[in-house]
Design a protein around this ligand. Structure first.
Ligand code: ASP
Length: 326
């Protein structure tokens, strides 16, 4: 695997391997020194053209915990324009010879273009409404931690499917893992083609009680150009996941950030059924696993993985530093 652009690039066995790797990194995250030397000397560029809290910080932590050199480039608010500017930026950053570029952009297809313009490996950290594959992987990981095997689980993805890259990646990802996926939301916010990704579509939550997992999506107001729902109040009345709609046996997920009181009520956000905080936590180890998969798996680094810095580095490294002339 050279790039991670779409969940469609991954077979089930690839996903399983990444999730298992993430599990082993969870052990590293439990250590007091949360660092392994597998990407020492490699450069990772985080190129973000859209705002992000969870994704950018977890990629940053993931790269640092693998000992990579990290370059954060945030272009939000700058006047960069779509075609050439992105290309120029990528070409410029490629001059630093990064091993990997993480790209978030408001333009569908941007990650694929970046992969053409740089010799580095590319990870899609969200391209417009299209895909967000590492979100889907961390969701699978989080859910697996809670319930074990995912085969046969009934997953309902509810809300603004039209504007959601998370929905697209997750329909594919849950499907790959043997879940039965239903997407539900107002017909104006559920694109017809979504069924071709392998899910059922419902316009109401009448059958929501069938779900094992309720995955709520954020109302993406920043991507809405027209009126897709009469009002947020009416939307909430028909589609909000609240204590009445969420059954005690159901698990609740949401990619964040949550619009409290719109797609979720406060009571369910804070309920023990919600995995929202765990999803954030999983972001780091899953992104470590993705960086590892693209840059280190199968290589020489395999041998050093799993050994903490403290055991692996000290003598030669310290001796070298100490013996260096001033
Ligand atoms: N954080 C996710 C994304 O970047 C979900 C969202 O923004 O609603 O797509």
């Amino acid at each position: 695997m050279r790039h991670l652009i779409s969940i469609a690039d991954l077979e089930r066995q690839d996903i399983e391997r990444i999730l298992e790797r993430a599990d082993s990194f969870a052990e590293v995250s439990g250590r007091s020194i949360k660092k392994v030397p597998v990407l020492r000397g490699r450069t990772v560029v985080n190129l973000f053209y859209e705002s992000s809290t969870r994704t950018s910080s977890s990629f940053e932590l993931a790269a640092k915990r693998l000992s990579a050199d990290l370059l954060n480039v945030k272009t939000l608010g700058s006047a960069v324009d779509k075609g050439e500017s992105l290309k120029d930026t990528v070409r410029t950053l490629s001059a630093y010879d990064p091993a990997l570029v993480v790209i978030r952009s408001p333009w569908a297809g941007a990650a694929e273009l970046v992969a053409r313009w740089t010799p580095a490996a590319v990870v899609n950290a969200g391209d417009g409404k299209r895909e967000h594959p590492t979100q889907a992987l961390l969701d699978l990981y989080t859910l697996r931690q809670r319930v074990g095997a995912l085969d046969g689980l009934k997953v309902w993805i509810v809300g603004d499917v039209l504007h959601s890259r998370v929905a697209r990646s997750n329909v594919l990802a849950f499907g790959r893992m043997g879940c039965e996926v239903t997407v539900a939301g107002p017909p104006t916010l559920v694109p017809r083609e979504i069924e071709s990704l392998g899910c059922r579509v419902r316009a109401s939550l009448d059958e929501l009680a069938d779900a094992d997992v309720v995955y709520a999506l954020r109302m993406q107001r920043e991507r809405m150009e027209g009126a897709f729902v009469p009002s947020l109040r009416e939307y909430a009345a028909r589609y909000q996941i609240d204590g009445r709609r969420l059954r005690p046996h159901q698990i609740l997920m949401h990619p964040g950030p949550v619009n409290r009181g719109v797609e979720l009520s406060a009571e369910v956000i804070d309920s023990p059924q919600a995995l929202i905080a765990q999803q954030v936590e999983s972001g780091v180890v899953v992104r470590m696993a993705v960086l590892y998969e693209l840059l280190a798996s199968g290589g020489e680094e395999e041998a050093t993985y799993g050994t903490g810095f403290t055991e692996e580095m000290p003598e030669p490294a310290l001796a070298e530093v100490a013996g260096r002339p001033e």
